[in-house]
Design a protein around this ligand. Structure first.
Ligand code: SF4
Ligand code: FES
Length: 549
């Protein structure tokens, strides 16, 4: 294997890598702005330049200095090379580049959203001069509205062209380009063509400085206050790996989490901004029981007790039970609810709730796929239910059975980001007083008014579980924020109902324990052996430490 020495340490490497790639793979930091592993290499920011010595075949492979500094992002790593990123020449270059990049950069860190996660800040501290010799007028450039999600503060741009290359190479849409030349060059969109593709907001993550900004996150929160929980797309069937970033029980933004086997470095705007319903004003927060006065907040324990008693009574007396489990639920939710209902004496018909689709799947030139299926776990819910029943119905077949007057007691679940109920379902249910309907859901819908017992449930961000994505990959996600008000996860509701039926005290939902039970009781051993767990070391759970100055 070829060997390269970087700043005094020798590393073996695979042929074809650049010096910067070898360094990054081995945890050596070389500053870089324009380089990104998913984009073409342009070597235009010049901060990564290093002094390189290489064996010279004309002189018996004697180690000789290459006269000029080399851009390590572009220069191929070679056997026997010795690289210095901390030699006087390399350091002089780093300082010169930082001084140059800051010539026209405004000193507006206190009001910049990027502050705290800005490479210009970090590299100024680590590699900058600490003072500027520039006394002339800074060039002022305008703020621009690039599209529905992205703003450009051109003053802050360092012309790394990551955003330009992203739109050319990953989305193939080419909305962003460099206009003009030299000191007056600018990033811009073509007149009349907004930055409006399904992946547009990824340029915000790509921008190493605060030039490209997320409109929805603008001035919402300083990034050092955010806690970060690794999670999975809870909106579509992609299984994209994400971070939910939150503070004080509120989500502020969702960011992509790199997983080369799933979403690489990107997520869709739909996944990025699809969390709003978690804090929707129409969230259901307390149980409601037909014939009882609406419960007050202070009566939450009584509300649950009353709701559970009514459900226990209704299911115990049922002739036949229909269970509709939503594709928005986790596998654990599906398992615990199915386990609860299977303990009843009446025969049970299981069905998977409606699976929303929008158009067809779309693959971008860079290979990223946007899924038409707008539910995270249709396969996982079905996989679990098939262990309880040989004939799991789809939504239409379920509604068909309701129309025939079949199924006397229903347990329905929602947890969709918007109203999911259909006219067909509401018509088939008929008026209150006929079939007994238990609804476990998150948002107020017409079905909530029809339900005999309504139990509010937690969204995916408020609970832990497992989703199976469109590719059949099982991925666990963690609870990011506490459930709002008095809501509970469907798993916890099921455990409470199991306890209410037997008169015992309820178990506290633990996803690991549930997955073990799934393997032990129902032969779902893949939930012990094949679930991809989120990396614990990428989680930020505590507040930033206050440093005494
Ligand atoms: S806007 Fe950001 S990503 Fe685009 S060229 Fe400027 S610094 Fe680079
Ligand atoms: S990262 Fe090498 S020149 Fe920009």
């Amino acid at each position: 294997m070829p060997t390269i020495t970087i700043d005094g340490t020798a590393f073996t490497f695979k042929e074809g890598l650049t010096i910067l790639q070898v360094a990054l793979e081995n945890g050596i930091e070389i500053p870089h702005y324009c380089y990104h592993p998913a984009l073409s290499i342009v070597a235009n920011c010049r901060i990564c330049l290093a002094e390189v010595w290489a064996p010279d075949p004309r002189h018996d492979n004697r180690l000789e200095p290459i006269p000029k500094l080399l851009p390590t992002c572009q220069a191929a790593a070679g056997d026997g090379q010795v690289v210095y990123t901390d030699s006087p020449k390399a350091i002089a270059n780093q300082r010169a580049v930082m001084e140059y990049l800051l010539i026209n950069h405004p000193v507006d860190c206190p009001v910049c959203d990027q502050a705290g996660e800005c490479y210009l800040q970090d590299y100024s501290y680590q590699y900058g001069r600490g003072s500027s010799r520039f006394r002339e007028q800074k060039i002022k450039q305008p703020k621009k509205d690039l599209g529905p999600h992205v703003l450009l503060y051109m003053d802050r741009c360092i012309m790394c062209t990551r955003c330009v290359r992203f739109c050319r190479e990953v989305t193939g849409t080419g909305e962003i380009s460099v206009v003009d030349r030299g000191a007056t060059s600018e990033i811009d969109i073509f007149p009349g063509v907004a930055l409006d593709n399904e992946l547009s907001a990824n340029v915000v993550d790509l921008c190493p400085v605060g030039a490209l900004l997320d409109k929805e996150f603008l001035f919402q929160q300083r990034v050092w206050f955010l806690k970060r929980t690794p999670s999975i797309d809870g909106i579509t069937a992609s299984g994209d790996n994400i971070f939910i970033e939150h503070n004080g029980g509120r989500i502020y933004r969702i960011k992509p989490r790199t997983n080369m086997e799933v979403n690489t470095y990107w997520i869709t705007d739909e996944v990025r901004f699809g969390w709003r319903f978690v804090h929707d004003e129409d969230r259901l927060t307390l149980p409601a029981v037909a014939g009882e006065e609406p419960f007050e907040d202070s009566e939450a324990p009584i509300a649950y007790e009353t709701a559970y008693a009514r459900v226990t009574e209704a299911l115990g007396a049922a002739q036949s039970i229909g269970v509709l489990l939503s594709p928005m639920l986790s596998c654990e939710d599906a398992f615990e609810l199915a386990r609860y209902v299977s303990q009843q004496e009446a025969p049970v018909a299981f069905a998977v709730g409606p699976v929303p689709f929008a158009g067809a799947d779309k693959t971008f030139p860079g290979g990223f796929r946007v899924y038409a299926e707008k539910a995270p776990n249709a396969r996982g819910v079905r996989r679990v239910l098939e262990k309880f029943s040989a004939n799991v119905l789809d939504y239409d077949a379920f509604v068909g059975r309701l129309r025939r007057g079949d199924l006397s007691v229903l347990l329905l679940t929602g947890n969709y980001p918007s109203d999911w109920t259909t006219k067909e379902l509401l018509e088939a249910l008929g008026e209150r007083g006929g079939r007994f309907v238990v609804l476990i859901d998150t948002l107020a819908t017409p079905l909530a008014d029809r339900a005999d017992v309504l139990i509010p449930s937690a969204t995916w961000a408020e609970k832990a579980g497992t989703f199976e994505n469109a590719g059949g990959r099982l991925q666990a996600f963690e609870r990011a924020i506490k459930p709002i008000d008095y809501v509970k996860s469907e798993s916890q509701i099921a455990l409470d109902l199991i306890a209410a039926a037997s008169g015992s005290s309820p178990a506290v939902y633990d996803p690991l324990a549930t997955r073990k039970q799934m393997a032990d009781l129902n032969g779902l051993s893949e939930f012990v052996s094949e679930v991809h767990l989120p990396p614990a070391d990428e989680k930020i759970a505590s507040d930033m430490q206050v440093v005494e100055l």
